[in-house]
Design a protein around this ligand. Structure first.
Ligand code: 8X3
Length: 261
């Protein structure tokens, strides 16, 4: 899309899943005419993605940087030392996030509680705040907030994860209201089941348990979400796709999922 040309796009959590696929999709949608600023904790994964994108698109500019969004000092340092070419961020994909465990409230490990809140809420807010300084100075920019069905429809075993995504949703809605007199767009995207590393992380490497989440269903894949992200951010300036709930066809709520035998 022409509207994406020469944009600078910051993606957190770009080493896998939705973040990684979103980087690919922006390169493709802009015909390689875009600057991609990719961050995650796993620098090696970002480096191979950079190589892949540069091999495919001669004009694409890719900058990769290790960033743990839950480390406030690192977030501050990151925004204070933005490379000249990547300073003028136009689109933020505030994507870093995770679920840890499916324990019931009363037995949830403190480190899991902290881990989810630190990344999904505090880290998400830290990155949003710093990016908004850039957006407000130029009165434009898109902030794409990766929420979840979990933020709308809390389920047993998701006591903390669902709460973090409800926090993201609430924060995003306050923000959209605050920005009412600006050209800045707040775009919240709430996926249902998407098959990525998400369940492997949630079940802490128990591959069978992770696989079981999608058993008998045809889950969404990362590309389904990245397509939507690119769509939302390439509308004309006066259109904001404020929020979208996106499911596989056999899902209708967090717990209402049809499974074939
Ligand atoms: C991921 C979807 O249903 O596991 O956010 O919460 S779900």
């Amino acid at each position: 899309a022409k509207r994406l040309q020469d944009k600078t796009i910051l993606i957190t959590g770009a080493s896998s899943g939705i973040g990684e696929q979103t980087a690919r999709d922006y390169a493709e949608a802009s015909n390689g005419q875009v600057k991609l600023f990719l961050t995650a904790r796993r620098l090696d994964k970002l480096e191979s993605l950079k190589e892949e994108l540069e091999a495919q698109w001669t004009n694409v500019k890719v900058c990769v940087k290790k960033l743990d969004v839950s480390d406030f000092k690192a977030v501050d340092e990151f925004f204070e030392s933005l490379p000249e070419d990547f300073k003028d961020i136009d689109i933020l994909i505030n994507n870093s996030g995770k679920a840890l465990g499916v324990d019931k409230i009363g037995t949830i490990k403190q480190e899991d509680i902290n881990g989810m809140f630190e990344v999904n809420v505090l880290g998400m807010i830290a990155v949003a705040q710093r990016t908004l300084q850039i957006f407000k100075a130029k009165n434009s920019g898109d902030i794409v907030q990766l929420g979840s069905i979990a933020g709308r429809d809390p389920y047993p075993g998701g006591g903390i994860y669902c709460a973090t995504k409800a926090a993201l949703r609430s924060f995003s809605h306050s923000l959209r209201k605050e920005l009412i007199d600006t050209k800045i767009r707040v775009i919240e995207i709430d996926p249902g089941n998407v098959e990525t590393e998400f369940s492997n992380v949630r079940f802490k490497g128990d591959a069978a348990a992770a696989k079981n989440v999608y058993k008998g269903t045809e889950p969404l894949v990362a590309k389904d979400i990245s397509d939507l992200i690119v769509y939302c951010t390439s509308r004309r300036q006066n259109v904001v796709v404020a929020e979208s709930l996106i499911f596989a066809t056999n899902q209708a709520s967090a717990s209402h999922i049809y499974r074939s035998e």
